[in-house]
Write a protein that binds this ligand. Structure first.
Ligand code: 13P
Length: 251
């Protein structure tokens, strides 16, 4: 059956020293407690190696926030999936709405990134989600289904089984405005039915679908109690150990 996962997305925050200190703190907190989910932190590229050195990979997973859409070569400033894997990281966030919005990521480039991540043994945390206008004009179910289909449905069932999905309604990211647990559950069930239509019910039932967008200790338990919500992708609240652990412990 699918895993419950709480993953932090640090975005472009913390210096290396601050990030290492935060990672150590989370690692220590996890060692001292029994959790009912896998816990991952996704950190800036500069932080991957020093963070990998201070965490115990048995209690805390490590991921990047993006990877290049090419294997290697003359792509100044890019970081490849194999470079990420070589740091010891096991995950990579792909298709975050901030990358789709500000860096022009399309389903086409995301298909390349997903393929390279998988080829290098990384688990993609693939983000999808509608903007406010699409929520308000009632096209959100179609928009999100299309993001899943265009970004991932070229994969074999075996490869699709390696993907973690994160539903992040763009209007809820960093706004303090969380989707209600019912809105999250409705969308997650919809996504699962779209997956079942392509790959069958067993693959759909085995896919972890995380919720992201202003998730915090005070609302995590209600969200995670929903049958199709398998955890969270956490932005702001992942930058404070106590808040992040409060969400982890909501399971
Ligand atoms: P916030 O938790 O800060 O709303 O960010 C969510 C997010 O974008 C995680 O990827």
């Amino acid at each position: 059956m699918r895993k419950n996962i709480v993953a932090g997305n640090w975005k472009m925050n913390t210096t290396v020293a601050e990030g290492v200190a935060l990672a150590k703190e989370v690692n220590e907190a996890l060692k001292g407690s029994k959790t009912n989910c896998d816990v991952v932190i996704c950190v800036p590229f500069t932080h991957l190696c020093p963070v990998a050195d201070v965490i115990d990979s048995n209690v805390l997973g490590l991921g990047a926030e993006n990877c290049a859409d090419h294997e290697k070569g003359a792509y100044t400033g890019e970081v490849s999936a194999s470079m990420i894997a070589s740091t010891g990281a096991g995950y990579v966030i792909l298709g975050h709405s901030e990358r789709r919005q500000y860096y022009g990521e399309t389903s086409e480039t995301l298909r390349e990134k997903v393929a390279l991540a998988l080829a290098n043994g990384l688990t993609p945390i693939f983000c999808i989600g509608e903007v406010l206008e699409e929520r308000e004009n009632d096209t959100f179910n179609d928009v999100v289904a299309r993001q899943v289909e265009e970004g991932l449905f070229n994969l074999s069932a075996e490869d699709f089984g390696k993907i973690v999905l994160a539903y992040e309604p763009v209007w809820a990211i960093g706004t303090g405005k969380t989707a209600t647990a019912e809105q999250a559950e409705d969308m997650h069930a919809h996504i699962r039915s779209v997956i079942a239509g392509k790959y069958g019910q067993e693959v759909a039932d085995n896919t972890s679908i995380l919720y992201g967008g202003s998730c915090k200790p005070s609302n995590a338990a209600e969200l995670f109690a929903k049958p199709d919500v398998d955890g969270g992708l956490i932005g702001g609240a992942a930058l404070k150990c106590a808040d992040f652990m409060g969400i982890v412990n909501a399971f």
